[in-house]
Write a new protein. Structure first.
Length: 91
């Protein structure tokens, strides 16, 4: 009985979040879709889409702090808009 209950809970734990994620899904562009569930935001990026590109941005000089919004605004131009940005430090 205990193993059967654990299996049932495992299936609910896997299927549950997938059903919730679909409720908050929207498309930002042809190659970028946004999903959110329980306060988590996910961008699914199709890098094979010819209209979608991914790049990096960093402060110049490197020791200067720049907001994520400023990076996104600086990278956007006519016909090319930043639709997602991650504020992170990688080391």
């Amino acid at each position: 009985m205990g193993k059967r209950l654990l299996r049932a809970l495992g299936v609910c734990a896997i299927v549950g979040p997938l059903m919730i994620a679909d409720a908050g899904a929207q498309s930002f562009s042809t190659g970028v879709n946004h999903e959110s569930s329980q306060g988590n935001h996910h961008l699914k990026v199709n890098l094979n889409d010819v209209h979608t590109k991914m790049g990096i941005s960093y402060s110049q000089p490197l020791n200067q702090l720049t907001s994520t919004l400023s990076h996104a605004e600086r990278a956007s131009r006519d016909g090319f808009a930043v639709v997602g940005a991650v504020n992170a430090t990688f080391f």
